[in-house]
Design a protein around this ligand. Structure first.
Ligand SMILES: NC(=O)C1=CN([C@@H]2O[C@H](COP(=O)(O)OP(=O)(O)OC[C@H]3O[C@@H](n4cnc5c(N)ncnc54)[C@H](OP(=O)(O)O)[C@@H]3O)[C@@H](O)[C@H]2O)C=CC1
Ligand SMILES: CC(=O)C(=O)O
Ligand SMILES: [Mg+2]
Length: 759
């Protein structure tokens, strides 16, 4: 039986959740222009007079809106906040964090652009009237967290009024995902749908839609008992009823959830925290299937079930337990498929196709490149793995494909896809490389947790990073600093440090102080350092102390940098830690921009490398790219391309290429070339002799200044995410962050240090 601690991902504190939402620009999304808006000409094209041309074209032929506007890839997430998760009716405004969340999940998982709209009314007619006129803006409408029974009226009416898919996620998204999980749970426990006895607790949006889909798939209506706050929905009941509940009322003697569950095979929980008791679980049939899907807290926890039964298949709606049955597995991909064929609606055929595709995916072996999404524990189809996790990168190809096909076969596709093989490839290309790079690093570290020294332990952002490191199960965090100062600072900032996995070490008071001083003195005595100089450095300088900890095996890696300049911190570390034998220490940055990941070097160490050094940097960077899972295509950059224009800097790069030729390295490289040639296939085509098989993914800069300037400009002006500079080539894992690093940057660097500790 799975518990939260094993195979589980991060849990978060209330404080972390608030800080996450508040940091930087408040909220979770922003609008970014996809066309240049720089010049008078841009303005004339984007706005008046140029914009009149697509206006007229769309007026003549409305389908052209898909060619000239965002409509075809834009979904609105709309709520009135009357049933926010399982938190109840907290109003339109309070629902905004959830709706923004759904919008960013659309983008993250399926590259669908999305905007949240909170409509401040509980009146169904007012809500319908507000939404019905928004059709021209969107390719689809995702209704969210609207309570029953109004949600049924709202969705049905909007489906009639609008010619784009209108999909109430809590109804159909939930139904599709629970159907997928249930198909597999029934298979594992050897049950037949027709004879399986199910109790669904919660007769709202999600509960009603789930049992409707289950019946459509083959469950016998008389075997499904629906319950709500008043108990069993039986034939003849009058209290708290509505037409949607009545449609599922059954003849039964059972009146309470406890009575209904006696001997039942399946519990579907779409109600509220704690609604299912252990006594009820005890009374269920052998190998019970328990989907406790209320959010954020389930009807019963897996731990509670595990205490009394070992034969249950257990699922929740949360990401920190195995078997997450949550509509996040559905809505991004279902809309992706629907938008790609310009479906007029999302019909039952598309929903069932999505459920089947999801169920099938869980039965397939998990390939290597997918295992990382499962936190290193390659899952095998069975009680603890009945459904893929949201981070499974196969979902983006499998689910939209099934949905698009079903839409075409059922006649609701306005723009059928002719080449489905090619479509599957296009879908895979939408995967977000940013997330997968970091994901892979984090997952690997969770499998092999490491002790990381956070050298500047008295700083607030460092303490926060240490807590986050531990909370994410990445290992032990050692904070260097004065115990009383750290505790005082933590108290002041409201950070809870009193938890397993966080150690505080005061260098001056450490039992290892003498050993580290001897170690440093032995290395520095012929470089002008007296013993007392070394003693002072160990006592007072945390980088020296931290480096000794790692050098002598008392910790696995270091993060530092928020209180010192990069080069000062690096000098401190280099007094204690050497380069790996046969390696050169360099800095690499990972630039993640517009769906591409590019490694840039040397962004930290060599000021004006000579040809030999440039060749070394290329080898180190290529090795790094491989360790990160990329097959290097390396470009040696200059301001010139293959000899034009001539210049001393370019000659050095040409010479570096010749050195690599002589070394017979085992990766693709070429140069010298300008950045646009390296990155743009069309520009590259001007040079048919080029030895790269595609645009470069590793860029070797001719000098530190160009590396540093270009990566910083990309970050500030180009909207790219830049991770690094990361130190590569040191004998022990050390990462130096920038002076203005945020806690999230520090955790990333700590994870990278931990990752390289096991490489
Ligand atoms: N995992 C997932 O993907 C999803 C989970 N959910 C979860 O399902 C739950 C319901 O959401 P939704 O259907 O949208 O909300 P609704 O407001 O539409 O419906 C809530 C239903 O739950 C019933 N209910 C509430 N508390 C209890 C209780 N203690 N015992 C029995 N029944 C109870 C209500 O009964 P009554 O009719 O008598 O008021 C009502 O029928 C939430 O917790 C939500 O987080 C929802 C969607 C997706
Ligand atoms: C997951 C979701 O949509 C809900 O709990 O409401
Ligand atoms: Mg919801």
């Amino acid at each position: 039986m799975a518990r939260k601690t094993e195979n589980s991902g991060p849990s978060v504190s209330a404080q972390e959740a608030l800080e996450f939402h508040a940091m930087g620009r408040p909220g979770k999304l922003e609008i970014v222009a996809t066309k240049p808006m720089a010049t008078q000409r841009d303005l004339s094209l984007a706005y008046s007079p140029g914009v009149a041309v697509p206006v007229r074209a769309i007026a003549e032929d409305p389908s052209r809106a898909f060619d000239y506007t965002t409509r075809g890839n834009m979904v609105a997430v709309i709520s009135n906040g009357t049933a926010i998760l399982g938190l109840g009716n907290l109003g339109a405004l309070a629902s905004k964090p959830v709706m923004e969340g759904k919008s960013v999940l659309f983008k993250r998982f399926a590259d669908v652009d999305s905007i949240d709209l909170e409509v401040d009314t509980e009146d169904a007619d007012e809500f319908i009237n507000c939404v019905r006129f928004l059709g021209p803006s969107f390719g689809g409408i995702n209704l969210e967290d609207i309570k029953a029974p109004e949600c049924f009226i709202i969705e049905q009416r909007l489906r009639e009024l609008m010619d784009i898919p209108v999909f109430h996620d809590d109804q159909h998204g939930t139904a599709i995902i629970s159907a997928a999980g249930l198909i597999n749970a029934l298979e594992i426990t050897g049950r037949d749908m027709k004879t399986t006895k199910m109790v669904c607790n919660g007769a709202g949006a999600a509960g009603i839609a789930c049992i409707e889909l289950m019946k459509a798939m083959g469950f016998s209506p008389e075997n499904i008992i629906l319950c709500d706050t008043k108990g069993v929905v039986f034939q003849g009941r009058t209290e708290g009823m509505n037409q949607w509940k009545s449609a599922h009322a059954v003849k039964t003697e059972a009146r309470s959830l406890a009575e209904a569950l006696d001997g039942a095979d399946v519990f579907l929980g779409l109600s509220a925290k704690g609604a299912l008791t252990t006594a009820m679980v005890q009374s269920m049939a052998k190998n019970p299937i328990i989907f406790a899907m209320a959010n954020p807290d389930p009807e019963i926890t897996p731990e509670e079930v595990a205490e009394i039964r070992t034969d249950a298949i257990m699922a929740t709606g949360r990401s920190d337990y195995p078997n997450q049955v949550n509509n996040v597995l559905g809505f991004p991909y279902i809309f992706r498929g629907a938008l790609d064929v310009r479906a007029t609606t999302i019909n039952d055929e598309m929903k069932i196709a999505a459920a089947r595709a999801l169920a099938e995916l869980a039965r397939k072996d998990v390939p290597d490149d997918v295992a990382a999404a499962y936190q290193g524990n390659r899952p095998k189809f069975g009680p603890n793995y009945i459904i893929p996790v949201p981070f499974d990168p196969r979902l983006i190809a499998a689910i939209p494909l099934a949905v698009a096909k079903a839409a075409m076969e059922s006649g609701v596709a306005r723009k059928p896809i002719l080449d489905l093989g090619r479509y599957a490839q296009e879908l895979s290309a939408r995967r977000d490389p940013i997330a997968s790079t970091l994901q892979r690093i984090y997952d690997r570290v969770r499998r092999q947790p490491k002790r990381i020294v956070f050298a500047e332990g008295e700083e607030e952002q460092v303490m926060r990073a240490a807590v986050s490191y531990v909370n994410q199960n990445l290992g032990t965090a050692i904070l260097l600093g004065r115990d009383d100062v750290i505790k005082e600072n933590a108290k002041h900032a409201g950070i809870e440090l009193n938890k397993q996995g966080i150690e505080i070490i005061n260098a001056r008071l450490s039992r290892r102080n003498g050993i580290y001083t001897d170690y440093l003195y032995e290395r520095m005595q012929r470089k002008g350092f007296l013993f007392r100089d070394c003693q002072r450095l160990i006592n007072n300088d945390r980088n020296h102390f931290a480096a000794c900890m790692v050098a002598l095996g008392d910790a696995d890696g270091i993060v530092t940098g928020v209180t010192r300049n990069y080069s000062t911190a690096l000098d401190d570390i280099r007094r204690v830690i050497d380069a790996k034998p046969g390696h050169r220490v360099i800095g690499v940055s990972i630039v993640l921009a517009r769906g591409r990941t590019v490694v840039v070097a040397d962004t930290a160490v060599h000021d004006m490398p000579n040809a030999e050094q440039i060749a070394d940097i290329a080898e180190e960077a290529a090795g790094f790219a491989r360790r990160m899972g990329y097959e290097p295509r390396l470009a040696m950059l200059a301001y010139s391309t293959f000899g034009h224009p001539q210049g001393e800097r370019s000659e050095r790069v040409q010479e570096a290429v010749r050195i690599l030729d002589k070394r017979r390295v085992d990766f693709e490289y070429d140069g010298e070339m300008a950045a646009d040639v390296a990155l743009n296939a069309r520009a590259m085509a001007q040079y048919p002799f080029i030895r790269l098989t595609g645009p470069a993914n590793v860029l070797i800069m001719p000098a530190f200044h160009s590396a540093s300037i270009s990566t910083k400009m990309l970050q500030e002006l180009g909207g790219s995410t830049v991770i690094g500079p990361l130190l590569v080539g040191l004998n022990k894992p050390v990462q130096i962050v920038s002076l203005n690093a945020k806690d999230s940057d520090i955790v990333n660097m700590a994870a990278i240090a931990a990752y390289t500790a096991s490489n």
